[in-house]
Design a protein around this ligand. Structure first.
Ligand SMILES: Cc1cc2nc3c(=O)[nH]c(=O)nc-3n(C[C@H](O)[C@H](O)[C@H](O)COP(=O)(O)OP(=O)(O)OC[C@H]3O[C@@H](n4cnc5c(N)ncnc54)[C@H](O)[C@@H]3O)c2cc1C
Length: 405
């Protein structure tokens, strides 16, 4: 096999030259590719939309993409569930789900990810009663490194299911997933700006009364752009003008509006950046943010990118950053063409103090030993991984270091 064109992630922070790239059109094609890779002892990785900032997808072996395996297999409004092909990009889901009378319970900032890619890293939005996309999965099919299928759910191979809900693509290739959904609903979106101290003073109340609340703190303005989303029966509507705002926050403030949930959740992220994000115990969120703000004001005045603050409920997924604790996530960004390591390492020292757990798709410098210490159920995941992929066919160097060193 000869090397094919270089693969790159969204921000440009990761590139690799796989020996082979393939986009199977069916489960049977995929099984053949996996069996062939097994015979050749080739390492396999699957790429979603390449929106992770770290080398999860990188390989010099076989790189699979499920771009040709998209769409809804079955939707059941009575059970509030739908089975969806793993390669389906989230922005292709909203309208067909709406046609079936269904909607996702929550979404992150964008809708460009592939469903299996977003689930594999625990992609999340905001809301203290809501979990990540991984928590919305109620069943899935894996093609194991051998090419054989394995269906799992809370009642069928529950240990595999628990691990597969957030697997970093380490257990095999997910071909379809069944999600628990809500009856289709509309959201009312409001955004507004507040000085930093006012934002923090009101934060507990804002988080308690809004189904979704988040904010961006803009360092140059020392002000925050808040966003609150709540379900409503009102008809779709958009106010004539956005609220007034400091220059650094204008991008995060839009006109008040009402629309179907999948049209409200995602934002546009045109400017490329790199990102670090940690999940910390919810009660420590404000103190941690104050420490990060002091650090940026003291040492990193050149970073103008807003810092994002969100909430997530506790869950029971072994590798979930929200496992066992109500969570606040704080994300910091730097332009994709600027160095980030010194800045990110400095922020990580603060996150360490709060026993923060890194987002698996974003940049961090934690070692395998530190991760084991942060995740009480780490070994349960490892046991399933060793059982399903005993020869480490789905490990690349980054993941080997991350999990095993
Ligand atoms: C602009 C931007 C905004 C973002 N916003 C958010 C946000 O709001 N909230 C949040 O939590 N994160 C956010 N992220 C991070 C992003 O959601 C995650 O990194 C997510 O994993 C990316 O999905 P992807 O489809 O691009 O997956 P990739 O990055 O391509 O892959 C991620 C992982 O999924 C695995 N994978 C993909 N498909 C399969 C499959 N079929 N079977 C098995 N494994 C598979 C890959 O091997 C890899 O390990 C954002 C990233 C960017 C660039």
């Amino acid at each position: 096999m000869t090397a094919t064109a270089t693969w790159q992630n969204w921000s440009g922070s990761v590139a690799c030259a796989p020996r082979r790239r393939a986009a199977p059109r069916s489960e049977a094609d995929l099984a053949d590719l996996l069996r062939e890779a097994g015979r050749d002892e080739t390492t396999v990785r699957v790429a979603g939309s390449g929106h992770s900032f770290v080398p999860l997808c990188a390989t010099d072996g076989l790189l699979l993409a499920l771009d040709a395996m998209q769409g809804i297999v079955a939707a059941d409004p009575e059970r509030r569930e739908a089975t969806i092909l793993a390669g389906t990009e989230l922005h292709r889901l909203g309208e067909p789900l709406l046609a079936a009378g269904l909607g996702l319970a929550n979404m992150g900032d964008i809708d460009r990810q592939a469903l299996a890619g977003a689930v594999a890293t625990g992609t999340h939005g905001t809301g203290p009663t809501l979990g990540s996309l991984s928590t919305q999965v109620v069943g899935l099919r894996l093609l194991l490194p051998s090419g054989d299928p394995l269906d799992c759910s809370p009642t069928r191979d529950p240990a595999v299911f628990a691990a597969a809900r957030l697997s970093l693509g380490l257990l095999g290739v997910v071909t379809h997933l069944t999600l628990r959904l809500l009856p289709a609903y509309r959201l009312h979106e409001r955004t507004w700006a507040l000085p930093f101290d006012d934002c923090l003073a009101q934060l507990d109340d804002l988080i308690a009364v809004n189904r979704h609340c988040e904010f961006f703190w803009s360092p140059p303005d020392d002000a925050c752009a808040l966003k609150a989303l709540n379900p409503t029966d009102r008809a779709p509507w958009t106010a004539p003008a956005p609220p007034a705002a400091p220059a650094g926050l204008a991008r995060y403030l839009g006109p008040e509006r009402v629309d179907w949930s999948h049209r409200i959740f995602p934002s546009d992220r045109q400017r490329r950046f790199n990102e670090i994000e940690f999940a910390i115990p919810a009660a420590d969120g404000p103190a941690c943010l104050r420490d990060l703000r002091a650090l940026m004001q003291r040492r990193h005045r050149d970073v103008a990118w807003p810092v994002e603050y969100r909430t997530q409920r506790a869950d029971d997924i072994p590798l979930s950053p929200a496992q066992g604790r109500a969570t606040v996530t704080i994300s910091l960004h730097q332009a994709a063409d600027r160095p980030y390591e010194t800045f990110f390492r400095d922020t990580e020292a603060i996150f360490r103090h709060y026993r923060g757990r890194p987002h698996w798709g974003k940049i961090h410098y934690h070692t395998a030993a530190e991760l084991r210490d942060l995740y009480p159920h780490f070994e349960e995941f490892e046991r399933v991984r060793r059982q399903l992929d005993p020869s480490g066919r789905f490990l690349n160097r980054y993941l080997r270091d991350l999990l095993l060193e």
